[in-house]
Design a protein around this ligand. Structure first.
Ligand code: PSV
Ligand code: MN
Length: 396
């Protein structure tokens, strides 16, 4: 398929009009791997600089109005920092999005947080979760995104079943504290930092815990958190079927949780995921699109803008699919017609339509070129360079 029909163009415009994606605060600061950290002079060094960067990404793209916050990194004094976040929201025109408790960094959590065998440490974790809910309430944030890093490294050293009960208990208590309009998103990850067993290792475990915790608990799919070859769109289809899909952490990976740019390794997979959303009656309306990437080699601002544009473009390609036609071909079991339509949409270059849409919405036609031709990154390198030169990159 090479030409886009008027009906397809309408679908693409409607899809792009409804498309919003959240940037992570931690995507703007210096990060690294455990082997080395490469400092970028323009990286954000304060929460104000993270908001400034997020504001610039939203100014360029028009579709990233919220920034995910990690409580320990962005609100080190907890609730006391809410006033400052509100000031930054007003100043930079982007709002706090999902609130991410941090259950993995404190020394107390060496043997776990929600599922630590010590009741005292489990209480610390629960208190932090409850404070995160309060922070979210004060900021008007709908979602509390919980990533559980707990697990064990050696067989026999922990009771997997006792830890299920403790994890469930913490999630039940957190759910009970939610306001009616809030949601608790439960993220899963098969390994790292734990290397033998992880307490919430896959979507089945996340779903079971969320289901028991209550109706406002949903599953968060981080695209990087799957075994190689896993069919992520099928997981998405099941979660949609069960009305249990809360949102995504988008990134891409080749080997493990590499946090690469969305679609950089496998854009067809992203297309297939978006197709599940766009062909579902509930659609993407209640599903939070969040980016969870950290770039060590690419410029952070460029990576953020490139990610937003790539996500939009693959979403637009998925909107080309004529679901009525595809449904007919599927019913007739005309495999080749169905597949040709499906992959034809994937192979269609939608970048000219995306440019048209941006122009129609008074946005820069090419946000990435706008960023690269502008002086935002050079200016921030000047004002932040000295601070970055003396800093040690930090990231979990
Ligand atoms: C863990 O790998 C994760 O995906 C969780 O979402 C964290 O909150 C985020 O990355 C940043 O460490
Ligand atoms: Mn994640």
């Amino acid at each position: 398929m090479s030409t886009i029909t008027p009906a397809q163009k309408d679908r693409v415009f409607a899809a792009l009009d409804s498309f919003r994606i959240e940037v992570p605060s931690w995507g703007f600061s210096n990060t690294g791997t455990r082997f080395g950290k490469f400092i970028q002079p323009s990286a954000a060094t304060t929460i104000e600089e993270k908001f400034a960067d997020a504001g610039e990404v939203n100014r360029l793209t028009g579709v990233a109005p919220t920034v995910a916050l990690h409580v320990l990194w962005d609100l080190p004094n907890g609730k006391q920092d809410v006033a400052e976040i509100k000031r930054l929201e007003a100043k930079y025109g982007v709002k706090a999005g999902s609130i991410n408790p941090n259950l993995f960094q404190d020394q107390e959590y060496k043997f776990g947080a929600m599922a630590n065998p010590s009741a005292e440490i489990r209480k610390l974790a629960i208190d932090h979760l409850l404070e995160s809910v309060e922070i979210a309430k004060e900021l008007g944030s709908r979602d509390i995104s919980i990533w559980d890093a707990d697990g064990s490294n050696y067989p026999g050293t922990q009771s997997i079943r006792r830890r299920i009960e403790w994890t469930q208990e913490a999630l039940n208590i957190t759910h009970a504290a939610l306001a009616p309009n809030q949601r608790m998103l439960v993220e899963y990850k098969p390994f790292e930092p734990a290397f033998y067993h992880t307490d919430i290792a896959d979507w089945g475990m996340a779903l079971a815990l969320a289901h028991k915790a209550g109706p406002q608990a949903k599953v968060l799919v981080d695209t990087g958190h799957h075994y190689a070859g896993q069919n992520i769109e099928q997981i998405v289809a099941w979660l949609l079927h069960l009305k249990a899909l809360g949102g995504f952490h988008f990134n891409d990976r080749k080997y493990a949780d590499d946090d690469l740019t969305i679609g950089s390794i496998d854009p067809y997979q992203v297309f297939r995921i978006f197709h599940e959303l766009l062909s579902d009656a509930q659609g993407a309306s209640d599903v939070a699109f969040m980016i969870d990437q950290s770039h060590n080699l690419k410029g952070k601002m460029e990576a953020a803008v490139q990610t937003v544009m790539t996500a939009q473009e693959i979403y637009a390609r998925a909107a080309l699919v004529d679901n009525d036609y595809l449904g007919d071909m599927q019913t007739k079991c005309d495999l080749v017609a169905a597949e040709e339509h499906f992959r034809g949409c994937f192979w269609t270059d939608v970048r000219p339509v995306a440019r048209e849409w941006r122009e129609a919405r008074n946005l820069p036609a090419d946000p990435l070129s706008e960023l690269r031709n502008g002086d935002y990154v050079q200016n921030t390198a000047k004002t932040r360079g000295a601070k970055n030169a003396g800093s040690v990159a930090s990231y979990a």
